[in-house]
Design a protein around this ligand. Structure first.
Ligand code: PHB
Length: 363
């Protein structure tokens, strides 16, 4: 049975170990939402992870909902990410860009021409966005026209092309956490009456079209997808998450994706208060249908991770805050070293403090 420190291969791609750096919003992009040299340093410090999944990265200007999050839609952004990739690769790491659109979890402040954020349906989230005036209510979104949904699929494809140009080894389609794709998937936020709403098949159509468009750019083993079946983060929910995500896992498996990344329980919160979905069953459904690897996520310790790999049917484990606070997390786990204490006050925004200044363990 695999250990955290065993390599894993996806066709021509070899990950040095099973420890994945989870996507983490750090809000330190530069002007124009361009990745900076400091971001390159931060990711390179963590290159011993088997795989680094970048912070969520907007596929278009309308996809932004937070300050200083990077994009992958402008030439400058591609150039910035290229530097990140060159440095991480030189240090032996592998990178995956997370393709993101926030949908309704935004504010006119972030939108071109101060427009309303877009969503599957005009349902206002009970959420706040942090703008130049501080926290403000996310406004009522505008429901996308059918043709606009189809155009957005091409926006994701273009973003994947940019990711390839920038040198990313893989891309991850962000279908989790109440952002745009998840807003289509779940029935609390999708009340459409066209082919993108109603039945499970229809609500999953946008996700599947996005994934298929990305597969025109990257081979299947280099594409992952992230879902959060029971998470209510960002004011979202579904009346039957087991059926919805059972279908999604199977359909993604049929496309032979490189991995399915599942957030268990509430994002950043309780892992097991909500028992509506059998996560091991979802992993099995993905693999039985032809999917490659499964990645588990949410509050894993080293011990939980070893047990998920040895008996839980998982292949990869994503660690968020532990990687944030420990650039050498792989070595610390291997040697049994204590971990640094994360500083919450520097998670979002700022500079080097709490970003590139966490120490490595003494040798
Ligand atoms: C965030 O910026 O707070 C954020 C972004 C992406 C996620 C979750 C949280 O999936």
């Amino acid at each position: 049975m695999a250990s955290l420190f065993d390599a894993v291969t996806l066709d021509d791609l070899k990950l040095a170990n099973r420890m994945v750096m989870a996507p983490l919003t750090r809000s330190r992009a530069g002007a124009g939402n361009v990745p900076t040299d400091l971001m390159a340093t931060y990711y390179t410090q963590r290159a011993s992870a088997g795989l680094i999944i970048t912070e969520a990265t907007q596929v278009c200007p309308e996809g932004q909902g937070y300050l200083a999050t990077p994009g992958i839609h402008s030439a400058d952004q591609v150039a910035g990410w290229k530097k990140v990739n060159e440095q991480v690769h030189a240090a032996g790491g592998k990178t995956c860009l997370q393709l993101w659109h926030v949908g309704r979890i935004s504010h006119s402040f972030f939108q071109p021409n101060g427009a309303a954020p877009v969503a599957p349906s005009a349902i206002q989230p009970a959420m706040k966005a942090y703008t130049d005036k501080g926290f403000e209510d996310c406004p009522m979104p505008r429901a996308l026209e059918t043709a606009e949904v189809q155009a957005l699929v091409q926006v994701y494809k273009k973003a994947a092309q940019h990711a390839k140009e920038a040198g990313f080894d893989l891309v991850e389609v962000h279908g989790a956490n109440g952002y745009l794709i998840d807003q289509f998937l779940r029935d609390k936020t999708n009340q459409r009456t066209d082919v993108y709403g109603g039945s499970i098949e229809n609500r999953a159509r946008f996700l599947m079209e996005v994934v298929r468009a990305v597969l025109e750019v990257y081979p299947a083993h280099r594409v992952g997808c992230r879902i959060s079946p029971v998470s209510q983060f960002n004011d979202i929910d579904d009346s039957n998450p087991a059926a919805l995500f059972g279908y999604v896992a199977q359909e993604l498996g049929r496309l032979k994706l490189g991995y399915l990344h599942i957030i268990e329980g509430q994002t950043g919160g309780s892992r097991d208060a909500d028992q509506r979905v059998d996560f091991a069953g979802l992993r099995a459904a993905f693999k039985q249908a032809g999917g490659r690897l499964t990645m588990v996520n949410n509050g894993y310790t080293k011990e939980m991770a070893e047990s998920a790999l040895s008996s839980g049917g998982a292949d990869l484990v994503a660690f968020g805050v532990p990687f944030l606070a420990n650039p050498d997390l792989v070595e610390r786990f291997r040697q049994g070293h204590a971990l640094n204490t994360p500083d919450q006050s520097t998670f979002y925004g700022g500079g080097e403090k709490g970003y590139t200044d966490y120490p490595r363990a003494a040798a």
